[in-house]
Design a protein around this ligand. Structure first.
Ligand code: ADP
Ligand code: MG
Length: 291
């Protein structure tokens, strides 16, 4: 591209809080045919809140106290939601020992003489815990688009905590704008299939890649590239950084983690998903002026 075209494109972006880190980012934006979007914190606000607590064979306050004790040791946004909810409900404060984080699965610790595991179905499988009659309750929570967090005490599944994270106001419009521009949209998430599918349906996203382990997000991007796609990855988390790097362009949400912002080629300062189609449009305009 001519220096003038690059300057015009960068200027147009900057006005909207879309920062192209270099000329290549601007040029590559023009050629993108597939946008892969992280769910939590990208399509959603990343402010998870507990919406329901299902208990079976355990006192509700006890379940919340045990779960919160483990989650207070974790950095995960879902963990913060659980701990905050337990505090608000006045659940007794207990201390966890032997805390172990299992990336993409959940966490395990000892609390008040009991062993507590909290996380997804995969964590329960790994711990050899069967869901029994809680399986149906879990599926109901997930079908509603909420993240279903399972709680097991002494190797018995005793609770499901439903956690909702509202979609951003403009996520649906962003998907529509990308489709109108002939760009395919893919949701990529560590969350479970049913929850992800429900939110994708709400947003008009037709391809969902769910239950992806943090270390596998970049592999999914590479697979799309091998299939001939030119991919922009949009994300906010530490987990997303390798995928942002692997993509033809990485686009970071401005409120995202430092590592995502540093790794990305483009930063959306307003954290507005609608700035994704706008960035691609600016790229296309820049390319057109070059010819
Ligand atoms: P995401 O891509 O949604 O940010 P992660 O890879 O961080 O996902 O986590 C994937 C899933 O693992 C979560 O949706 C949740 O079910 C489970 N999980 C991970 N950490 C925790 C935790 N501390 N407490 C409860 N569930 C957890
Ligand atoms: Mg995220």
């Amino acid at each position: 591209a001519t220096p003038t075209a690059i300057m015009v494109g960068s200027g147009l972006g900057a006005k909207r809080g879309i920062l192209f880190k270099n000329a290549t980012a601007l040029e590559t934006s023009a050629r993108i045919d597939t946008v892969v979007m992280d769910k939590t914190g990208t399509l959603t606000k990343g402010e998870p809140e507990v919406t329901e607590v299902v208990v079976e064979g355990i006192d509700r306050a006890r379940l919340l106290a045990l779960a919160a004790a483990v989650e207070r040791e974790s950095e995960h946004p879902l963990a913060h939601a659980v701990a905050r909810y337990a505090d608000d409900e006045g659940a007794p404060a207990l201390r966890a020992t032997g805390f172990r984080n299992v990336a993409g699965h959940g966490a395990v610790a000892d609390v008040d003489g009991q062993r507590v595991a909290i996380g997804n179905r995969r964590l329960m499988d790994a711990e050899g815990i069967t869901l029994g009659s809680l399986a149906d309750r879990r599926d109901q929570v997930a079908a509603g688009g909420r993240t279903a967090v399972l709680v097991a005490v002494d190797d018995r599944a005793v609770g499901v905590v439903g956690i909702a994270d509202a979609v951003r106001e403009t996520s649906s419009a962003a998907v529509t704008a990308l489709h109108d521009a002939g760009v395919a949209v893919v949701m990529l998430t560590g969350d479970n299939e049913a929850t992800a599918q429900r939110i994708a349906d709400e947003l008009g996203i037709d391809t969902v890649i769910a239950e992806v382990l943090p270390e596998d997000k970049s592999t999914k991007v590479t697979e799309l590239q091998r299939a001939g796609r030119r991919v922009a990855m949009v994300g906010d988390g530490v987990n997303d950084a390798p995928a942002l790097a692997a993509a033809d362009i990485g686009i970071a949400i401005g409120t995202g983690t430092d590592v995502a912002i540093e790794t990305a080629d483009v930063v959306l300062m307003r954290s507005d998903p609608l700035d994704v189609p706008t960035a691609l449009t600016i790229g296309r305009g820049t390319l057109r002026k070059m010819r």
